[in-house]
Ligand binder design. Structure first.
Ligand SMILES: Cc1cc2nc3c(=O)[nH]c(=O)nc-3n(C[C@H](O)[C@H](O)[C@H](O)COP(=O)(O)OP(=O)(O)OC[C@H]3O[C@@H](n4cnc5c(N)ncnc54)[C@H](O)[C@@H]3O)c2cc1C
Length: 431
């Protein structure tokens, strides 16, 4: 039997349900990734769908994946173009009997997958699995339509009733006689890769992100055993400067170069070997927030992109291009907001504290359509994740899962979290 695994945002070899299934069930296994240059083009907001820092991170990730798959003797093909055309053609030219595809749930992703799967004939068996969760959908203690509207009951139900599953091991090396070629890489990809990787990051960046599974594991070990920073996470997580105030796992989690179960297993190991405290628990707590937003996305699907959000609320409609340009370039009257927006534009990164402030400022203080803010984040963030981004934007804008519908007082926030002005100084002074 021959199998082809279609990699999307699950760019790793450890704890990879589809790859493990394919290796278990098939004699010959190959892998494919499809890069669509359209993702680099500008959208209605005149921003690329995928900004330069995420694009660079993706290229680094693919290079590592290529090496990992090579080590497992699995040919890895990289195609360039719309999946509907290039991947469909690629599959048709082969005689794989099994195609392994991640389950997705939002319109763009679903459309893309359907455009590839629909034209296939019955000689190809399609196998699908969820890949992104800490708690798998079949472990939820209720049907999805009974998912709590707010986080706390969800967290308590999970904590009391569900055990996180062990991550899957990396599949064993395939027999060498099946590894007749390393895979086809579209020649266009090489030049795209070179251009995207040449993007330099501002030296003030909170973290020198580098894509790839081994980089993710390196960060994990460093944050846990290397520096013990995880043992003080709860105290530092609202800071805004430096590598260790938070885990920085989000960029690798977003493109799937590490799985949440791998992080959880390491956390448990750290707790048993070193220390278990409020801080180590809080990393688990935040990973549950990630799952919560994924389940909100799975339940409400495209409603998370609607103006009234999942609550069908009426909300500010503002769509002033000048206000937008001032916000994204850090030229509003609020220096705390400006410093964060400049950090984002120059690095693709912003702390959670910063994200909450600038989002509240955009949607509530400036009275603009929250979806333009979310779309800008989608473009600019190195760790863009559809459910985390749109879910948090809905939450902050009062059309999602926050029953309190708060407005951030950004000057009070600046006094609390940047009392000596060091963060503003860092980003508002040209260097
Ligand atoms: C307006 C807004 C937009 C956001 N957009 C994204 C996004 O596109 N991608 C993204 O991964 N996160 C997003 N977040 C959530 C959060 O800000 C980031 O996950 C976090 O700042 C990443 O840093 P870290 O990895 O050091 O997180 P840590 O504080 O170390 O947390 C560990 C992990 O828990 C998860 N996590 C933490 N907080 C949240 C949260 N509020 N929601 C969901 N997951 C969380 C992340 O996977 C994170 O890597 C957004 C938050 C806001 C307010």
């Amino acid at each position: 039997m021959k199998a082809l695994v279609w990699f999307t945002d699950n760019l790793r070899v450890a704890d990879h349900p589809l790859l493990s299934m394919a290796c278990r069930d098939s004699e010959r296994v190959e892998a494919v990734y499809c890069f669509d240059p359209k993702s680099l083009e500008e959208d209605v907001l005149q921003q690329p769908k995928m900004g330069p820092y995420r694009a660079k991170f993706l290229m680094e990730t693919l290079a590592e994946l290529q090496e990992q798959l090579h080590n497992l003797h699995i040919p890895f093909h990289i195609l360039v173009g719309p999946a509907k055309q290039v991947l469909t053609r690629f599959i048709r030219q082969r005689n794989d009997t099994h195609l392994y595809v991640q389950k997705v749930w939002h319109s763009e992703e679903t459309r893309q997958v359907q455009s590839v799967l629909s034209p296939l004939d019955s000689s190809v068996t399609v196998l699908r699995a969820y890949d992104q969760f800490l708690i798998d959908p079949d472990q939820l203690p209720y049907a999805l339509d009974r998912l709590p509207k707010v986080f706390t009951p969800f967290r308590k139900d999970i904590e009391h009733q569900v055990m996180v599953r062990e991550p899957l091991a990396i599949p064993e090396k395939r027999p060498l006689d099946h590894f007749v070629h390393t895979g086809y890489v579209d020649p266009q990809f090489t030049s795209i890769d070179k251009t995207l990787r040449s993007k330099a990051t501002d030296k003030r960046t909170a973290f020198p992100f580098k894509g790839g599974e081994t980089q993710a594991l390196k960060r994990l070990h460093d944050y846990f055993w290397g520096t013990d920073a995880v043992a003080t996470y709860k105290e530092t997580r609202n800071e805004m400067i430096g590598s260790n105030y938070s885990t920085k796992f989000s960029a690798w989690l977003a493109n799937g170069s590490i799985s949440p179960k791998t992080i959880y297993a390491a956390l448990k190991q750290y707790e048993s070997e070193c220390i278990a405290n409020q801080s180590t628990y809080w990393v688990f707590f935040e990973l549950l927030w990630r799952d919560f937003f994924k389940y909100i996305g799975l339940k409400h699907q495209n409603k998370i992109f609607a103006h009234g959000g999942i609550l069908n609320k009426t909300f500010a409609q503002g769509r002033d291009p000048e206000v937008f340009n001032k916000w994204i370039t850090g030229q509003t009257p609020d220096q705390f907001v400006n410093a964060h927006m400049i950090e984002l534009a120059k690095t693709g990164w912003m702390s959670n504290r910063g994200r909450q402030n600038v989002a509240s400022y955009w949607a509530k203080t400036l009275g603009q359509d929250w979806r333009s803010g979310a779309a800008y984040f989608e473009s600019a963030l190195i760790d863009y994740d559809v459910d985390a981004n749109w879910g948090n934007w809905m939450y902050t804008s009062g059309v999602g899962n926050d029953p309190r519908d708060r407005v951030f007082n950004t000057s009070r926030q600046a006094d609390m979290y940047d009392p000596d002005g060091a963060f503003r100084q860092l980003w508002l002074t040209d260097q």
